[in-house]
Design a protein around this ligand. Structure first.
Ligand code: NAD
Ligand code: UD1
Length: 339
């Protein structure tokens, strides 16, 4: 298939591009580079051995989006583009709603006008909100989220479901990611957060490489085995494989909308993750324990049975793989792509 990958220069998009090319697809990237670096493209071309066409513009620009679809034919779109920092979304909510919703509107508008029917969308486990029972299952309702970022995902899930229900040609996959971590085994592409990392794994990696003094564990008095929060960390390579599987499934399914959790089904605590990273690095890493972070759930993990059965997909990487691959990327690129 000829696949337009929106946000293909970003963390998850870049890893998915490599696997799409390996699976025989033709890939075209569109990215504004609002949260990524053009240097990633050269790394992707080296990994894939291909020239990768890149369109550098903001998808909220409807005219440019329309022109791209008028000029080029696509069989499918994988829509990663979006702003994703939970804390920032509470400070600049309008920017989050505008960017995430308007980019989706202009993409879907152009898809409808040009007869492109297959769409894979990056949703998040955050749509399960605070009250869903563990493990999270796709049939849980009502969706809700505690941040403006998360609410953009809830809204977009509803918008895409409504659009697909009204159009017999359209096939939409809503992929609910759990906690993506890790990097390509080559160590040449990986997660490169701007500023102070919000998420656990990149923060630990920056402590290990000497960019941060120590990890602060956000609370050790939760009702969990060691008192720290438990999450379903999924290797970005397993996550990327889930997109290739979802795309293949969309080409044959009769369902207008398919929802799949992409997670391992296993919870890992903050302290377990820190110790796994210490094993990868071969030394202890400094940490202290601070107060709880507002909005954190004690535990979150997927029931991945639906994706396993319907996509013929399952995760195969361990927590130790996730740490070893993150460390290979971080130690080879201490300051990310512009080192
Ligand atoms: P990322 O920021 O690394 O990648 C997103 C890419 O989209 C960036 O390259 C950015 O420049 C681009 N972009 C943003 N707005 C754009 C616009 N209007 N037009 C064109 N390009 C635009 O993020 P990621 O971690 O790769 O996440 C990809 C998607 O997955 C996002 O939609 C995110 O919300 C979702 N997601 C991520 C996680 C996670 O933990 N990383 C978890 C759940 C869901
Ligand atoms: C966070 C977002 C979630 C988003 C996800 C993307 C919040 C409240 N939730 O989820 O909406 O979909 O990122 O992956 O922001 N931790 C520390 N010290 C740190 C950083 C994190 O102890 O410096 C802890 C957190 O308290 C949490 C765990 O590590 O218990 C994982 O945190 P993080 O990587 O931010 O992911 P989530 O909180 O699951």
């Amino acid at each position: 298939m000829r696949v337009l990958v929106s946000g293909g220069a970003g963390y998850i998009g870049s890893h998915t591009v490599v696997q799409l090319v390996a699976a025989g697809h033709d890939v075209v990237i569109v990215d504004s580079f609002a949260n990524s670096k053009p240097a990633v493209i050269g790394r992707l071309e080296a990994l894939t051995g291909r020239h990768l066409p890149v369109h550098a513009f903001d998808l909220t620009d409807r005219d440019k989006t329309e022109r791209l679809f008028a000029d080029e034919a696509f069989d499918a779109v994988i829509h990663f583009a979006g702003l994703k920092a939970v804390g920032e979304s509470a400070q600049i909510p309008l920017e989050y709603y505008e960017n995430n919703l308007d980019s989706t509107f202009s993409l879907v508008r152009a898809m409808r006008r040009h007869g492109v029917n297959l769409l894979v969308f990056s949703s998040s486990a955050t749509v399960y909100g605070e009250h869903a029972p563990l493990p999270y299952r796709e049939d849980y309702a009502p969706l809700q989220s505690s941040s403006p970022y998360g609410r953009t995902k809830v809204m977009i899930e509803h918008v895409l479901s409504d659009v697909a229900a009204a159009d017999p040609q359209m096939r939409v996959a809503l992929l609910r990611y759990f906690n993506p971590v890790g990097a390509h085994a080559s160590g040449t592409i990986g997660e490169d957060p701007q500023g102070i990392p919000n998420n656990l794994m990149p923060f630990i990696a920056q402590v290990a490489v000497g960019r941060r003094d120590k990890l602060t564990v956000f609370g050790d008095d939760y009702p969990t085995a060691d008192g720290t929060c438990e999450r379903d960390y999924i290797h970005v390579e397993d996550l990327a494989a889930g997109h290739v599987a979802a795309l293949n499934k969309l080409a044959s399914t009769q369902e207008p909308v398919s929802i799949w959790n992409l997670g391992t089904g296993q919870g890992t605590s903050v302290m377990e993750m820190l110790h796994a990273f210490e094993r990868a690095v071969g030394r202890e890493l400094p940490y202290d324990v601070g107060p709880r972070r507002a909005g954190d759930q004690p535990q979150s993990w997927a029931d991945p049975a639906k994706a396993n059965a319907e996509l013929g997909w399952q995760t195969c990487k361990t927590i130790d793989d996730m740490c070893a691959d993150t460390w290979r990327w971080q130690s080879a690129n201490p300051t990310g792509y512009e080192g």
